[in-house]
Design a binder for this molecule. Sequence first.
Ligand SMILES: Nc1ncnc2c1ncn2[C@@H]1O[C@H](COP(=O)(O)OP(=O)(O)O)[C@@H](O)[C@H]1O
Ligand SMILES: [Mg+2]
Length: 888
Amino acid sequence: MDALTPMLRQYRQVKADHPDAILMFRLGDFYEMFFDDALSASKALSLTLTARGRGTANEAPMCGVPYHAADGYIARLVGKGFRVAICDQVEDARQARGIVRREVTRVVSPGTLTDPAHLAAREPNFIAAVVRDPAPAGRPGAGGFGAAMLDLSTGDFRVVEARGAGAAETLLDRLAGFGPREIVHPEGVNPADLLPVDRLGEPLFTAVPSWRFATDTAYRILTERFGTASLEGFGCEGQDLAIRAAGALLGHLKDAQKAGLRHITKMQVHEPGDGMGLDAVTRRTLEIVANARDAGRDGTLLEVVDRTRTAMGGRLLRDWLLRPLLERAAIEARLDAVALLVDRPAERVAVAAALDRVHDLERLLARAVLGTANGRDLVALRDSLRALPDLAARALPLAAPLFTRLLGGLDVLADLEARLGAGLADEPPLSVREGGLLRDGFHAEVDELRTLRRDSQSVLAAIETRERERTGITSLKVRYNRVFGWSIEISNANKRPVPDDYVRKQTLVGGERYITPELKELEHRLLTAEERLQILEYDAFVALRDEVAGTAARIRSTALAVATVDALLSFAITAAESGWRRPAMRDDGRLRIVEGRHPVVERILRGERFVPNDCLLDTADRQILILTGPNMGGKSTYLRQVALLVLLAQAGSFVPAAEAEVGLVDRIFSRVGASDNLARGQSTFLVEMNETANILNNATPRSLILLDEVGRGTSTFDGLSIAWSVAEHLHDTPAVAARTLFATHYHELTELALTKPRVRNLRLLVREWNDSIVFLRQVVEGAADRSYGLQVARLAGLPPAVLERAREVLHNLEADALQRDGRPRLARHAGGDGGRPGVPATPAQPPLFPIEDDPIVAAIRAASIDGMTPVQALMFLADLKGKLDGEG
Ligand SMILES: Nc1ncnc2c1ncn2[C@@H]1O[C@H](COP(=O)(O)OP(=O)(O)O)[C@@H](O)[C@H]1O
Ligand SMILES: [Mg+2]
């Protein structure tokens, strides 16, 4: 250790406090990384790896980035999931005795990124904390989970607590909805033991000391932050687990991350009642805000409806789609507002124009609070505030109660606008330390110094003139020299006695240089003016920035109002431009759609026309619709289109249909059979069944369920049996009798309609043309009689020989068919192995079809054995056998 250079020793000390971060260590004009950090960073950033102290015992791998370009590199490291600690020089190198003091000034991690250049403007960036209270022995279900979710870039802060049976699942669904990029958990707890974390994407996990999760500590941190005596006002009093997670999160950010938190002005309990619960699978299969392919925005519902003008409006709209409303009044309020704008094209344009002038108030505020906002950020804020009166004036005449409420009392923050207007230069530089930030007339001393700087030339010229007169030396010059500063130069030719206040400073070949107290004073002021200006401007700027931070609560509520107007306008623009209609909301279980379209598929169809389809579901006699039809017929599209339409309606949007009546849905469940979803890479039958179990355990009669080829992930008979019994269960169990759309390739399922009164069959119409088929994409009543698999295969270009052989095999299989009890005939006469792989030979499947329909069974039932003679009985038996043989 002793052999270490003082610098390396200092490095080691700092690094010891940040073992899990890449440490960027300021040395001169560079941030350097050493040892393992250098290895990781050089790889992640494609930097050249060098070494410090090469050939010595202290040789250290090293790489570095120039300090002025550091932000980009930091963001790239964080984007790759690293945590980065930035260690700066915290004293002036000129004043330092020995080695310059260095400290970590900030730690950046995926969940604490706030630089707009490195965040997706229209997506939130959440960091979460999770804590678990294990169930005490003997009382399973008494434990629970608490979680807190914070978007540091906007101040959006929510908490949730889940207790009792299914708590882990509930919490996971809520948490997944926020897509946290980082999760804070108590030290010593393996996150995988807390939750099935693999379902949360790939967040960075951060262990923090477990005392941060102590109830008292957490409670104190929260009440201190909000300046309240209790947490009553936030509705989470008594929710200890939620409070522990929330307090730990803020404590960690404040102390360890040194983050400003003043923009976090409230904490919201994230109630399931706030919005419709959409579990992670449903969100994914419906492709609401992220597509199934690469989780991007392409091909999502959000992409189609997002016409917002501001980033905060974009984030709010996204939130609306992920949490549609449950209360009719709230839905109607949004629909009223949208309807009004749909009818008024001129107002749409005017409101949009006002919104275009508003920047991201939430993130600008956050940057002010975090102390990272620069002059341009505050100018953007100022300009945004200037657009607000106009926005209010444009939108106010829109007589929908929602607009009136949002904009009637809109706080346009005129006082703050005035301060920023008076204080800020119009085009401040990026740097906050090099002056040029303030407007003239805002700060007396700044003005004076600027005048001094500007006037220095004429001041010096005036001195020169005056001194020439005073001395009578006409060639006297006031000159600047880099080494000696300002001085009076007198050439030897003109040498004569100089005034007493002249002090000789330097003798030149041809003359002398003098200084005077006045000149020295002026020089001092000139040289320090620049430095002083920079400091004064910086301080005044920071004070202004603090004023902004101090207005956090008001800015946040204004931002929310603006975002809401923006999101409503976005719905209106989409509706007006795409010819969408207002849905009629209902309290009963009816769902009627006339000429509905899939909002996304409709757009991406090239050349082909999207065929609109109707739908009628209703809890009284059309509760379950079984949809059959060939592969590629349009089943999945139809299912999703119905769900997306409901989702849009309850988010407050118009819908892509000629007419729609939507009986409120409390939850949408959407499941896709495993084999339809191989791309997901985890498509095991088990996953499929987990998801199905989740529906059967959580659906209510007000839910909407989509089952797309469920049961497909296993063998035919298993799958069919499961599909059958799931449908039966949804029909027969009042507690889960939800409106259900079931797309299946098991035609056998259509027979459910024969015995279950609320089950109806639908099929996708195709036209057969010789050996080929044409998809008509039209949904009609009735069951498909066959699957047209060979025709579809032909369309796909399977070689004719293969198709020919397939037709032969199909014929044989169909001739052999199934027994009425669902057992394949082969199982009988082949004695356990009929040479057909994959078909279970012996175990009997439960009967799937009502054997009552069988003429043989009917004959046996009808026969009165008592009244038969033995010969008659024998003839009856022979007759039955004849029938059976004839059938085969
Ligand atoms: N109503 C429709 N109008 C036009 N094209 C449609 C329609 N529904 C589906 N399609 C097209 O058919 C393709 C297959 O539909 P999909 O729903 O996946 O069929 P299935 O689930 O029956 O196999 C879709 O990708 C889409 O291009
Ligand atoms: Mg499908």
